[in-house]
Design a protein around this ligand. Sequence first.
Ligand code: FE2
Length: 358
Amino acid sequence: MPHLKISSHSVQRTVHANELHEAHQAALDSPDFESLRPMFDWLSNRMTERRFRSETGTVKKSRKFKLAVSRAMAQAVVNSPSAERAYQRVNGPARVHFTRIILPVAGLPPSLDGLRVAQITDVHHGPWLPAEYIAAIMAQVNATKPDLVLLTGDYVINSPRYIDPVARAFATLRPSIGVFAVLGNHDWWEGAGRMRAALESAGIPMVDNRHVVVSPERSLITSRRADSPLGLAVAGVGDYWEDRVSADDALGGLPDAMPRLLLSHNPDVAEDAAFLSAGHRVDLMISGHTHGGQVRIPRLGTPVIPSLYGGKYASGWVDGPAFPVYINNGIGTSGVPLRYKAPAEVTIFDLTPAGLIL
Ligand SMILES: [Fe+2]
């Protein structure tokens, strides 16, 4: 593989969580093209449903076809010495937007004020996104001095041979408390057991359908029941397409007063009737999966979003029916090795007890 010269160039913007919804709505609204929007949404939904709707039998066929095409493209590209240079020409060097969000959380103990949580998602290490690129981003994340790093799935693409290298890249993360992860659909497609084992041997516990608790003293309580209402729970669910999603396993047994972050690769969990009927408190769900649309056509939006809810969960802060969701654009790509107007992203949440800054 050719040596990559990575000129990292991070962009950071700081937004208060309350401002995010309006900012995203403003970005999506486009009065000039309002008349075209219903047709575009219909087309987008049709394509999304045909390719991704998990209840229908067509999903397996179309996924197999998509994977076959994707693998063939990968094989062709990976044999070219200029593949990574080409990727960088299109997508730029390791340019990642670091979105910093001040997140007020009700019931957060004052001793956890300022707790810094980094979210990394959809790395998709594969033929187009080399290990050096990922290593540069991990170093940038370490430079933000996070307390927790939360990984929300889709770490590889196209082949299981990328599993061990991406886990080695994650092993270089140095948060003060720990790194936790859930799996995404691509991890299942390339080998969930192998990915789980690689992450665990890199010192990264999985939180699919379970939780851990950060105590007010910033240590970890890993028992399934946390008796004291003080602390912050970090919970996760399995992938919505390929695994079990159990609200009770993820959040059951936690004291009602304890704030909690929920990791779910797929944002559609926010609308899932079974999940919602369990009635568990969620302060913020963090997700990936939709890549910010990955290719965003100015004024029209995104042609394909792998969600049952069209563009609702494409990117950023979204108010779901019961709790807010933050959808991180992710780092890598799937389908085509191209991002346009949907920049790669790492999200940094700085937690603060609600009421202190309002
Ligand atoms: Fe993804």
